[in-house]
Design a protein around this ligand. Structure first.
Ligand code: F6P
Length: 360
């Protein structure tokens, strides 16, 4: 008998997380009369002493919350609880402590909202703790396997499209080639989709090799054909021509993807004799107000996850397939990553639109 469930948001935040927490809470309380606990900051809420959790009630959700970006439960994308970095740099296995926290709350099941990395960790954690688990995919990167749309992706694509809309007039006014570096980790979904929607001339994604010479030629052709500016979208994990990725070292000693836009900008400046400017869009792709589609998917995912628990179906992940919500085995998702297949129909679309997309 299910009476009490927990929900946590894990990994990088994105648009639509408040909407999914709302949908889970409403559905669990209204349709089943369960209690719902929101766990703060991913699994950190179960690690802390006292536990950092709040009981979610319908009145936690004013009219505004589901319209807002971010997650009011907080999230955490740093580290793996099995190898949790302490202040002195040592790595400690905190999994037992998290499981103890879960048991202390006497929760009957857990809903974890996360990307591919979080699913892998939550799978190991819930297996170890014999915790009944249902996953919900969220990530702007949209790289969760067997799932067409993750919560947050649509909003991110809208943000990038809008950025291209704003870059185009200034590119035209100054006869420049504008480079826009976007997120996406090892997948080019954001760059490809927003690049097409935002009228880019060049889209560089990690899945397809490019040549700087070809980009320069493409820009020269655009110029010859009578247009004085160009828009170039580059995904953050596109490699330099020598095969290395661009990283930035942060003050905390960590390295994160970043800088490929500047690399492309410098090279194209010389090769195409085009004045280039680089914009790195960064976290505005994550924090924006969720699009209607993300709110809708989040709502459908939340209700479906509660339905699964009510039917005693666990180790499942709610997914979006064929324009609707369904669920798949957690094992087919955790530990996998969905990148762009070179036969993706959008690659053909890009080429037909005279977009340079790499040596393909
Ligand atoms: O996975 C989501 C994501 O936004 C990636 O696209 C990006 O590389 C990364 O997270 C940024 O992480 P952080 O918030 O730690 O800078």
């Amino acid at each position: 008998m299910i009476k009490k469930i927990g929900i946590l948001t894990s990994g990088g935040d994105c648009g639509g997380l408040n909407a999914v927490i709302r949908a889970v809470t409403f559905s669990a309380i209204n349709e089943h009369g369960w209690q719902v606990y929101g766990i703060k900051d991913g699994t950190l809420g179960l690690m802390s002493d006292p536990l950092d959790v709040i009981e979610l009630k319908l009145n936690n959700f004013d009219g505004n919350l589901m319209r807002m970006g971010g997650t009011f439960l907080g999230s955490n994308n740093k580290g793996n609880p099995f190898k949790y970095r302490q202040k002195d740099g040592t790595l400690v296995d905190m999994s037992d402590r998290i499981i103890r926290g879960f048991n202390k709350l006497q929760l009957d099941a857990l809903i974890g909202v996360g990307g591919d990395g979080s699913m892998k960790i939550l799978k190991a954690l819930t297996k170890k703790g014999k915790i009944k688990f249902v996953g919900i995919p969220k990530t702007i990167d949209n790289d969760v396997m067997n799932n067409e749309l993750s919560i947050g992706y649509d909003t991110a694509v809208d943000v990038v499209t809008h950025a291209l809309d704003m870059l185009q007039p200034t590119a035209a006014s100054h006869k420049r080639a504008m480079i826009l570096e976007v997120m996406g980790r090892d997948a080019g979904h954001i760059a490809l989709n927003a690049g097409i929607a935002g009228g880019a001339d060049v889209i560089l994604i990690p899945e397809i090799k490019y040549s700087l010479k070809s980009i320069a030629k493409h820009i020269e052709k655009i110029r010859k054909d009578g247009r004085n500016h160009a828009l170039i979208v580059v995904a953050e994990s596109v490699r330099k021509e020598n095969g290395s990725k661009a990283f930035i070292k942060y003050i905390d000693g960590q390295v994160r993807l970043g800088g490929i836009g500047a690399y492309i900008g410098d090279k194209i400046y010389k090769l195409a004799e085009a004045e280039t400017r680089v914009t790195v869009l960064g976290h505005v792709q994550r924090g924006a107000q969720p699009s209607h589609r993300d709110r809708l998917i989040a709502s459908a995912f939340g209700v479906h996850a509660v339905d699964l628990i009510a039917q005693n179906k666990f180790d499942r992940v709610v997914v979006w397939q064929n324009r609707g919500v369904t669920d798949v085995d957690l094992n087919t998702i955790a530990g996998f990553s969905k990148t762009i297949n070179i036969n993706d129909p959008l690659i053909k679309v890009a080429k037909a639109l005279n977009i340079y997309i790499g040596e393909i």
